[in-house]
Design a protein around this ligand. Structure first.
Ligand code: ZN
Length: 144
């Protein structure tokens, strides 16, 4: 295993063991449940939004390290951002794990999940939280 792989593994395990923005969000006006039965992952996403910006976001969940680390990293990245920017990041992240594109600098530590592209069975683990965010965007009326 190369140095970069070791670093990526460490990032994933750190977010899995100590997820950021974990727990229910009091006052959230959107709540989306996502599940990935093929692996047994669950993510419940709470969003506080004014319709333009993600003022706050938290999640609860259980499942494999990839699914929970992806959710943790996602909340860290999109918190405080306008929906347009969050949705652009979602597209970039999906291009990486689904299509094997190179991670953009804007994705930050989410680059740690780039290797998931080669593990077809785990792609749904990595995209679970992002699909929940997409659903939340639909419910917020910012995505058709
Ligand atoms: Zn999983």
């Amino acid at each position: 295993m190369g140095l970069l792989d070791e670093l990526y593994k460490e990032i994933i395990l750190r977010h899995y063991k100590s997820p950021r923005n974990f727990g229910e969000l009091p006052g959230a006006n959107l709540r989306v449940m996502g599940d990935n039965p093929s692996c047994g992952d669950q993510v419940e996403l709470f969003v506080l939004t004014d319709g333009t910006r993600i003022a706050d976001v938290r999640f609860r969940g259980q499942g494999c390290a990839i699914s929970q680390a992806s959710a943790s990293l996602m909340t860290e990245l999109v918190k405080g951002k306008p929906w347009t920017e969050a949705l652009a990041l979602k597209q970039q992240f999906k291009a990486v794990v689904v299509d094997g594109a190179a991670p953009t600098p804007a994705l930050g530590d989410l680059a740690a999940l780039a290797g998931v592209h080669k593990l077809a069975a785990r792609v749904k683990c990595a995209t679970l939280a992002w699909n929940a965010l997409e659903q939340a965007a639909r419910e917020a009326g910012v995505l058709d």
